[in-house]
Write a protein that binds this ligand. Structure first.
Ligand SMILES: Cc1cc2nc3c(=O)[nH]c(=O)nc-3n(C[C@H](O)[C@H](O)[C@H](O)COP(=O)(O)OP(=O)(O)OC[C@H]3O[C@@H](n4cnc5c(N)ncnc54)[C@H](O)[C@@H]3O)c2cc1C
Length: 214
């Protein structure tokens, strides 16, 4: 693992924050994740890269899990401190050259939006629709980084989003082309349910990619 200096911590909500740290010579493909470890501690955890492939820093978007061993400690880090970074890992990659038809559906819950943020920063011209599910409006972190007409905010516990309900309730109502490349990221329950909805709509399994956080 290599040590990278923290540049800044940006608090988005009481429990969600973006850590920016030195990139050094770290190479990754958008969609991949890193393992983070605080020096002298034992545990390390996976975090998707939030920043783009061409940024000269690295960022991750983290939600502090109550009683969590690592996420709580990450929140307390200060600029100038060091963090150990290993990777990149994972096959949840969005190299657009690999896709015959460049039409993407991204479905995320909570911080599962992170790899899609990296993707959109790296390839802003691509044809995508992002469906993001959170409970409250304040949890819709940094949506300004996405084109407004390409994002559907599903709020399950608040008014004011584009859809009132869970991402699964929304997707059931939608017509989705068979050729769409569907990427799902977030909690396992959502991923299993969305997988069933998409295959039920005729999307081939080979066009569905997923990254389970928990
Ligand atoms: C490939 C991959 C990528 C990931 N990317 C991100 C990311 O970009 N941003 C991010 O915030 N997290 C991400 N995660 C989750 C992250 O790795 C940690 O699991 C999470 O931060 C909790 O770690 P912790 O040490 O604080 O909690 P732990 O000490 O591991 O767990 C404490 C308690 O919380 C429960 N718990 C663990 N994780 C969650 C969760 N996510 N939600 C609710 N309860 C939980 C555990 O069962 C346990 O009871 C990713 C996971 C994977 C596998």
């Amino acid at each position: 693992m290599r040590k990278h200096k923290i540049i800044s911590i940006r608090n988005l909500t009481d429990s969600t924050f973006v850590i920016r740290f030195e990139r050094l010579k770290f190479q990754f493909q958008t969609g991949q994740f890193v393992m983070l470890k605080i020096p002298c501690s034992l545990e390390k955890r996976e975090y998707s890269v939030y920043s783009g492939e061409n940024d000269d820093f690295l960022e991750v978007l983290v939600r502090e899990v109550e009683g969590g061993k690592v996420s709580g400690k990450l929140k307390k880090l200060k600029p100038g401190a060091e963090i150990e970074v290993e990777g990149p890992f994972g096959f949840f990659k969005f190299n657009p050259e690999k896709f015959a038809l460049q039409k993407f559906l991204f479905v995320a819950t909570g911080t599962g939006i992170s790899p899609f943020h990296s993707f959109v920063h790296t390839f802003p011209e691509l044809d995508y629709q992002l469906v993001h599910g959170v409970r409250l409006m304040e949890e819709a972190c940094e949506h300004t980084d996405f084109q407004k007409e390409k994002i559907t905010l599903c709020l399950s516990g608040d008014e004011g989003g584009d859809f009132y309900g869970r991402v699964t309730d929304y997707l059931i109502t939608q017509k989705i082309d068979r050729e769409t490349n569907c990427f799902l990221c977030g909690n396992s329950e959502m991923i299993y349910e969305v997988f069933d909805i998409l295959t039920g709509k005729g999307i081939p399994v080979s066009n569905i990619y997923s990254e389970v956080y928990f």
